[in-house]
Design a protein around this ligand. Structure first.
Ligand code: FES
Length: 141
C-alpha cells in the first residue's frame, strides 16, 4: 500500500485543525512547486506549547503531517518543538512515499516559522542557526 494506516488515519481524522484567535505565534509556509500552504497557530505559556492548531490547504500527506506534527509537540517545551524534524514526523506516520517527503517538510517549517513569530513578538533573542530549517530550499525531495 502506498500510504500507511497512520497517514490515512491522520488524513481522514486530522487532529488540532482550526485557528487560535489569540495565538502567541503564527507561521505560514508554502511550497512553490505544488502550491500547498500550511498555517500553524501556537499558544505558549511559560515556554510550553499549551495549544496548537493548523490549517492546511494541501495534499493528504501535508494534512497528515501537520496533524501528526501538532500531536508530537503539543504540551512540549518550545525548544523541543524547534528540534522536530520532518523525518521525525514522517517516521511517526510510519513513513511517507519518497515523493511525498516534502509534505512533511512543510510541517517542520510551519512550526519553526510560528516559533520565530513568537520569539520576534516577545523580543526573545535567537541566532540564525535557530531557524536554519527555514533557510532550506524546498528541494528536499
Ligand atoms: Fe505538496 Fe504534499 S504535494 S505538500
Amino acid at each position: 500500500m502506498l500510504y500507511s494506516e497512520k497517514v490515512m488515519d491522520h488524513f481522514k481524522n486530522p487532529r488540532n485543525v482550526g485557528v487560535i484567535e489569540d495565538a502567541d505565534g503564527i507561521g505560514e509556509v508554502g511550497n512553490a512547486k505544488c502550491g500547498d500552504i500550511m498555517k500553524i497557530y501556537l499558544k505558549i505559556d511559560n515556554d510550553i506549547i499549551t495549544d496548537i492548531k493548523f490549517e492546511t490547504f494541501g495534499c493528504g500527506s501535508a494534512i497528515a503531517s501537520s496533524s501528526m506534527a501538532t500531536e508530537l509537540i503539543k504540551g512540549k517545551p518550545v525548544k523541543d518543538a524547534l528540534k522536530l524534524t520532518n523525518k521525525a514526523v514522517a517516521e511517526a506516520l510510519d513513513g511517507l512515499p519518497p515523493h511525498k517527503m516534502h509534505c512533511s517538510v512543510l510541517a517542520e517549517e510551519a512550526i519553526s516559522s510560528a516559533i520565530k513569530d513568537y520569539y520576534d513578538k516577545n523580543n526573545i533573542p535567537y541566532t540564525d542557526d535557530t531557524f536554519k530549517s527555514l533557510a532550506h530550499s524546498h528541494e528536499e525531495e
